[in-house]
Design a protein around this ligand. Structure first.
Ligand code: AMP
Ligand code: MG
Length: 322
């Protein structure tokens, strides 16, 4: 694993190279947003199709004027509340933002991360950074350096920031014709938290149509998926009784539970079922169980409210076959 200092990362980034960086959500594969060469390297390194746009990361509001032609009132209200933090806003782009970044769309996705290393790095650079999750296309987002290494290999330099505190992607919010906030991708900030600030906020209707996939590739059905198949079951207990003796099943429990004798491997995501802790640990559990040569993994659905709704969205995508 090629771990590098912030200073070395600055040097790499100034020379149009990519660097994996910690953020409060997941590790990002960073590159100079104003360099076509650097941005191309992000797509190549991730094997990411060019129709999948990137999020631009900024340290502070000064940068925003270089990137965005209009900052609507509702965007200001949400940014005031959630920036720096795990909120990405879709805003009308300036010409300086390349079509490569936005996949030809008129909007650019912007986020101001709160992670001290990401902040420090951005402040040391005189350009913003694109930083999609530092994993190969369609795979699980990395929440620690070893996940980046496993997915992208030894060539990619990584700044070690330990484990990501939040562990799920940012919430992506755009604005409709009436200026109402629309959640394009569910993430760490729940629909309810957004609605507390702006009650008119709504979820973009889930659809697997190609057009929507292009609008928000976070919505591609099979995303965030482990290599080992994941099944969502009504009752882990019943499933193990029925299938546990013929299959090597990895079990993911939300809270500490006595391992079932028919489970080949068991992971508890939290001690007592705290959703923030579950969110923090979910992807790490996928990464870990993926290495155990299991036939498949099982998990139960969460209560569909707040962060539970985001978690259900993530596990549904992770269990999808296409
Ligand atoms: P990643 O950082 O790998 O999770 O991917 C970035 C995500 O940002 C993509 O999955 C898209 O959903 C989203 N995104 C970036 N730019 C746009 C845009 N202009 N419109 C809609 N979604 C976008
Ligand atoms: Mg991603």
């Amino acid at each position: 694993m090629k771990l590098v200092s912030i200073e070395a990362a600055v040097d790499f980034l100034q020379r149009d190279k990519v660097v994996a960086i910690p953020t409060e959500t997941v590790y990002g594969l960073a590159a100079n947003a104003f360099s076509e060469t650097a941005v191309s390297r992000v797509f190549e390194t991730k094997d990411r199709p060019s129709y999948n746009p990137l999020i631009v990361h900024i340290a502070n509001y000064e940068r925003l004027t270089d990137l965005v032609s209009f900052f609507p009132e509702n965007a200001k209200i949400l940014a005031d509340k959630f920036w720096p933090g795990p909120l990405t806003l879709l805003l009308a782009k300036r010409d300086s933002v390349s079509d490569q970044i936005t996949a030809g769309k008129p909007t650019v996705a912007i986020r101001m991360p709160s992670h001290p290393i990401a902040q420090d790095l951005l402040k040391k650079l005189d350009f913003p950074l694109v930083a999609p999750s530092a994993n190969r296309f369609k795979h699980i987002s990395p929440t620690k350096p070893s996940h980046v290494f496993d997915s992208l290999g030894a060539e990619v330099p990584i700044i070690d920031g330990g484990e990501c505190k939040l562990g799920l992607e940012s919430t992506i919010v755009g604005f409709d014709d009436q200026g109402r906030p629309v959640v394009y991708r569910q993430g760490t900030i729940s629909l309810e938290s957004l609605q507390e600030v702006l009650p008119e906020t709504y979820l973009l209707h889930q659809s697997s149509s190609a057009e929507v996939s292009i609008v928000a590739p976070g919505m591609i059905k099979r995303h965030y998926a482990p290599n080992t198949p994941l099944k969502i079951v009504d009752s882990i207990e019943k499933h193990l009784e029925e299938f546990g003796s013929e299959n090597k099943i990895g079990v993911i429990y939300p809270a500490h539970t006595k391992p079932h004798q028919l489970a080949a491997q068991t992971i508890a995501l939290s001690r007592g079922g705290d959703l923030n802790e579950i969110a923090e640990k979910l992807y790490a559990a996928f990464h870990q169980l993926d290495k155990q040569n299991l036939d498949y993994l099982v998990i139960e659905r969460f209560e569909n409210i707040g962060l539970g709704r985001t978690l259900n969205d993530k596990i549904t995508r992770a269990s999808s076959e296409d």
